[in-house]
Design a protein around this ligand. Sequence first.
Ligand code: ADP
Ligand code: F6P
Length: 496
Amino acid sequence: MVDIAQYLIDCKFILVSNREPYEHMHGSHGDIEVKQPAGGLVTALDPTMRRTHGTWVAWGSGTADHEVSDELGRVSVPPGEDCYTLRRVWLDESDVNGYYHGFANRALWPLCHMLIQHFEFRTEYWERYRTVNLRFAHAVADEAERCTGRAMAWIQDYHFALASEYLRAMRPSLFVHQFWHIPFPPADILRLLPIGTYEALLRGMLGNDLIEFQIDRYAVNFLDCVDKYVSEARVDHARQTITFRNRVVSVGAFPISIDAENFASMASSKESTARVATLRDRYARGDRQLGVCVDRIDYTKGIPERIRALDTIWEESPELRERFTFIFVCTPSRTDLPAYNSLERDVIQSIMATNTRFGTPDWTPIVLINENVDSDLLAGVYRAADICIVSSLQDGMNLVAKEFVACQVDERGVLILSRFTGSAEEIDGAMLINPFNVDGFVAAIHAALEMSPEERKRRMHRMRRQLNNSTIFDWLGAILGRATEIMGMHAQPVTA
Ligand code: ADP
Ligand code: F6P
């Protein structure tokens, strides 16, 4: 077990993200409910924050957040457990539209995922992104000022490319680092932003002491972009460092993971075991098989491609009708954006069309669960499945793949995984697919369905061993270890 506390002795830990780990919402009966938003960032970071006891600064997006927070926006979480402090930053509608829906999700998200048909830039988005980044930097600086000893700020994701530069101007001695959860694009894609904007974005990120990416390729892309577009920066590609404004910025790959033990124990609980028995009795009795997928409805996830592959399977192989059923768990996401809205509509319509075409009075090919499902319930579904499909067109890591592996305590399932995910470069034992190649995709589903129990067990066992050796706590330990090392090195100033 990694001892995270050793890195944080006498050091206040301040984490910053756009999405908060707990949203307080007005319920329908005048009560207040607490929800955990779906997404890899929260899944990964909540268990780590429980161990660091630090402060998490995030947008207060819940309808009842104001009511339960103090005048600084602070509240103890998780509710009832009080492990760490959540400090909420309040955003108005124009902030949300410009910064979150606008620059973050209409410009940077599609650009980083190289799905440029969705890319849209507006000057007002960029302006608002800058002001909101500044506001978050102020909140972090304020938290750092309130502590007597050292502090470390850890910024999360593409919502805050400029925050570290602002923070450095406010608190030059504060150690600041950033984890970029999504892919970082090659230089030719980044330059689709207007001239001036992409250079500013890179300079903003260079306000960090350390920048962490999911896999080495994204780190290499970042170094290339800085080399090409920031003339005053000196890039050492071999060491993965950048000398900038008389400082050294380090870059590295730190693949994110999950609390594997917690997922395995949720999957093994008495309730899950009963749920698995029910699901298998209903959908996978005898030689029948059950597939599963779990997603936010996002155009990066390859959802239409997956439905097409499933549809083709039942079309071309009528013998699989009534013998292969698929549970499709997907939750609406970013629904204020037209691209997400229309995707959700299309997904539901396509699933209904498939069910109409192949379904019978006794059998529904795709069982749709269109909501945010509790993780203990998800764990049972993952465990019950014979195959899990992750078909992202591009994905920084994809934690669903790791959750499936963690929950496969019976080692019966096959993971079908897109080559274009960070996980595919880490997990050895999945069947890799190219979601753009429908025939290859269909062939992989066939091969998975036909795979012997021995081969399934061999592959799953290997993946589970790997996962147990690189959990979310190993990830955090590696990052904090590197940060501590750099903090020590930075005691001496750099000479040009
Ligand atoms: P992203 O960060 O892009 O959302 P990941 O696969 O890395 O993608 O992480 C998604 C996380 O959100 C996982 O922890 C997954 O369990 C959770 N999630 C996705 N869809 C749902 C859903 N329908 N209900 C509950 N949780 C979900
Ligand atoms: O993992 C990438 C990410 O953008 C996270 O930052 C985010 O929490 C998650 O996907 C879900 O997206 P959103 O917070 O926009 O709902």
